[in-house]
Design a protein around this ligand. Structure first.
Ligand code: PEP
Ligand code: MG
Length: 391
């Protein structure tokens, strides 16, 4: 694993496998069959631990298991703060198989279905029927809760077996996500049709990844409405309950959020990409991982700008990047007025139980203090850590 927001790391988190990133040459130092302690809390590994180390870590693991038991009590509870403000905490999933974990962890819905895995594991372009089955299965299991599906987000670090993409110097700045969808509209249309048809079996929201300009969004919406109208001939009213949204993960879209908000029902802030593009630091490159700074005060102001811009048009603002499940970011995000928190299923109950301890007014003050008195991510982190001790 090379960084905390690489897809391998995200998958490990959702499978609840303790993982650490950036261990570089550890495989040269550890031989097969050796014992290693992986400390996913602190981000360290102990090769050939002593009996004492093992005892100490056994205690830490037991304590964590107990805390987890406590969190389980939150499964059927609403996601509310101490002062009664209600939010939604949803799950990020990579396939319909992950839905069971979302449900077991009491998710208020699915905030991000990364559909590219459906395509990545297939040796052919998934047909409309195959996709319909996958989306239908997912939304039916959710039993009335909402499923937010992101249209195909390939390219970057996500290749396809059946459609080799050209090698690029800067794949994250290249041919990916909505750019491919608009360039190969047939593939996009097939997915939209499958999603619209699946929306007859439950509540489905559709969001477009990597929107940069207003024209891209309008082009994507035009294609969507064309498919909706074609399907409506045989299925009157199809898509009437589908909300349309976009990922905000490109800085230009963040800056233009107010205009974009007028066009959509919801935003979902993709901090994994938004951070890599704002800080100009490849999310998969361990040498620049110090620039993964969700708590940087300038970045926090940008997030606040997106939230406020969304709210001027009654656009719901969600976050589905890893920042949404970050314990230090939570009070700041509540303070900024974020509506929906979407994260690995394994983080939901911890977040809900933490939310219950927080007062939204005090969180607003904390956010103000962070952006007016801190100059760095380290400063904000320290401020939040100290604040959490007394609040
Ligand atoms: C993001 O960019 O924050 C995001 C949620 O999408 P992904 O990690 O799949 O790029
Ligand atoms: Mg992204």
């Amino acid at each position: 694993f090379r960084s905390r927001t690489s897809h391998a790391a995200i998958m490990a988190r959702s499978l609840q496998i303790p993982a650490i990133v950036g261990c570089n040459d550890i495989t040269k130092k550890v031989q097969n069959g050796r014992r290693v302690i992986v400390d996913g809390f602190e981000g360290s590994a102990i090769i050939e631990p002593s009996t004492n180390d093992v005892k100490q870590y056994q205690k830490i693991a037991d304590k964590f298991m107990n805390v987890r038991q406590q969190w389980k009590k939150m499964i059927n509870q609403p996601s509310v703060t101490a002062d009664g403000q209600e939010y939604k905490i949803s799950a990020n999933i990579g396939s319909s198989v992950d839905i069971s974990s979302a449900i077991e962890n009491g998710a208020d819905g699915v905030g991000l279905f990364r559909t590219e895995f459906l395509y990545m594991k297939s040796d052919h372009l998934p047909t409309e029927e195959e996709q319909l089955n996958a989306y239908r299965r997912a939304v039916e299991q959710l039993n009335g809760k909402r499923l937010v599906v992101r249209t195909l987000d390939i390219g970057g670090d996500k290749p396809l077996q059946f459609m080799p993409l050209p090698k690029e110097m800067n794949p994250f700045l290249g041919y990916r996500a909505i750019r491919i969808a608009l360039d190969r509209p047939e593939m996009f249309r097939t997915q939209l049709r499958a999603l619209l048809r699946a929306s007859e079996f439950g509540k489905i929201n559709i969001m477009f990844p990597m929107i940069t300009t207003l024209e891209e969004l309008q082009a994507a919406k035009k294609i969507y409405y064309e498919e909706q109208q074609k399907l409506a001939v045989d299925h009157p009213g199809i898509g009437r309950d589908v909300h349309l949204g976009i990922m905000i993960e490109v800085p230009l879209a963040a800056l233009n959020a107010e205009r974009l908000a007028a066009e959509v029902d919801f935003f979902s802030i993709g901090t994994n990409d938004l951070i890599q593009y704002c800080f100009a630091a490849d999310r998969g490159n361990d040498s620049v991982s110090y620039l993964y700074q969700p708590l940087n005060p300038t970045f926090l102001k940008l997030i606040k700008h997106i939230i406020d811009a969304g709210h001027t048009h009654d656009t719901t603002v969600a976050m589905c990047g890893e920042m949404a499940g970050d314990r230090y970011a939570l009070p700041l995000l509540i303070g900024m007025g974020l509506d929906v928190y979407s994260m690995s299923a394994s983080s939901i109950l911890r977040t809900r139980s933490m939310m219950k301890q927080l007062d939204s007014k005090k969180c607003q003050e904390l956010y103000q203090q962070a952006v007016t008195t801190c100059d760095s991510m380290t400063g904000v982190k320290k401020l939040v850590q100290d604040w959490l001790v007394t609040n």
